[in-house]
Write a protein that binds this ligand. Structure first.
Ligand code: HSE
Length: 398
């Protein structure tokens, strides 16, 4: 099967490396045809070209790997490749989260496939497993650590006591972070992955309503405050379905040491589902980085090359946003006084305390969407404020 790679950055070059190394009989069936790159890079590889039409017009190219990232021109090139009768494999969560439905309709119309295992959870075969579980079960909840960069930052701040900026630089040097790391630390990247995962898990179009709070404001003091309670802070994506309703959220969450979520280190991801007969099922692996992500792409390529019969994606369910489905208690770090916070939270404070030189406020269990909205009000008065949700175990102990 002849492959063209669009974009030869960290992940694209990983795919090229695996294909060219031909380390297994299966991979030997793949042949690299073109690498689309900018003019100034063309000297770097003999297969590089800067003309997308040459690739699209070449009847020998069976599949296009899109590792450019971003929305345009990735969106246009994917549609053009599908319309030209070529399968597409993409690692681009931003473009898939936005155009998943349109891409699948186009693929179907032209009798080809669009696969994107690498878009969620890096090397973890997560989307395949969601499809597999659904052959028997209904899935009612998914959650997980789906951003390697933010996990690397939280883990290394916790283990080494290093500052946020210093650890972010390391994550960028290791090739985990997005071109603009704001997407990692503000929760946009993990939100795209949740949209895609939920659309597969619940057979619906990507959700529009996902309250999101990232880790931009986290400080060493927050990590120390969590540690004093024997807890770790993790950036968690959650989506829940009940009948025709859904709830979804991205937020820093406190997990007691010893729980699986609390132990996820470095760039690793943990993707969890709950199904009717399987109950809780969890998948762990490297969620970012050149070769793990490239591995997931090559797996998709091999499924296409070997004509593996894959379940057809179905987005027929129209789920309605229902914020009441997700609730928890929170800790809020803010310089506002109790009276101001009490007023903003409609009297939901349980207690406040001074710790690590900061003021932390514990809330009653609240609808997550309500807390996120009120947090926007707190941030207007205290732009450095931070919040962390308590996971279910923390709630039970309270
Ligand atoms: N920036 C992403 C992450 C890359 O850190 O998870 C993998 O999607």
């Amino acid at each position: 099967m002849k492959v063209a790679i669009l974009g030869y950055g960290t992940v694209g070059s990983g795919v090229g490396e695996i294909i060219e190394k031909k380390a297994s009989t299966d991979v030997k069936a793949l042949e690299l045809g073109y690498i689309l790159e900018r003019k100034e890079n063309l000297h770097k590889h003999p297969l590089m070209c800067d003309d997308i039409d040459r690739i699209l017009d070449d009847q020998d190219i069976d599949v296009v790997v899109e590792t450019m990232g971003g929305i345009e021109p990735a969106h246009t090139y994917i549609l053009q490749a599908l319309s030209a009768g070529k399968h597409v494999v993409s690692a681009n969560k931003a473009v898939i989260a936005q155009y998943e439905k349109e891409f699948h309709a186009c693929a179907k119309a032209h009798g080809v496939k669009l696969l994107y295992e690498a878009s969620c959870g890096g090397g973890i075969p997560w989307l395949h497993q969601l499809q597999s579980v659904k052959r028997i079960d209904s899935i009612d909840e998914i959650h997980g650590i789906l951003n390697g960069t933010s996990n690397y930052i939280l883990d290394h701040m916790s283990k080494e006591g290093t500052s946020f900026q210093e650890v972010l630089q390391n994550a960028q040097d290791l090739g985990y972070a997005e071109a603009d790391p704001s997407a990692d630390i503000d929760g946009d990247d993990i939100r795209n992955k949740l949209k895609i995962s939920a659309s597969v898990a619940f057979d619906c179009a990507p959700f529009q309503e996902i309250p999101t709070f990232g880790i931009r404001n986290i400080r060493k003091e927050d990590i120390a405050y969590a540690k004093a309670q024997h807890r770790n802070i993790k950036l968690i994506a959650t989506a829940k379905r009940s009948g025709d309703y859904y709830g979804a959220v991205i937020e820093p969450t406190l997990y007691e040491e010893g729980l699986m979520e609390a132990s996820v280190a470095d760039n690793f991801n943990l993707a969890c589902l709950h199904g009717t007969t399987i109950g809780d099922l969890r998948f762990f692996g490297q969620g970012a980085g050149k070769l793990p992500t490239a591995h997931a792409i090559v797996q998709d390529l091999l499924d296409l090359a070997q004509e593996v019969k894959l379940p057809e994606p179905s987005m027929h369910e129209s789920l309605i946003y229902h914020p009441e489905l997700l609730t928890s208690s929170y800790y809020i770090r803010s310089v506002l006084n109790d009276k101001e916070i009490q007023e903003i939270l409609h009297g939901a404070i349980v207690h406040s305390e001074e710790a690590q030189g900061c003021r932390y406020t514990r809330t009653k269990p609240l609808e997550k969407a309500f807390l996120h909205k009120q947090m926007e009000r707190i941030l207007k008065k205290d732009p450095q404020a931070f919040m962390m949700a308590l996971d279910q175990t923390g709630e039970e102990q309270a």
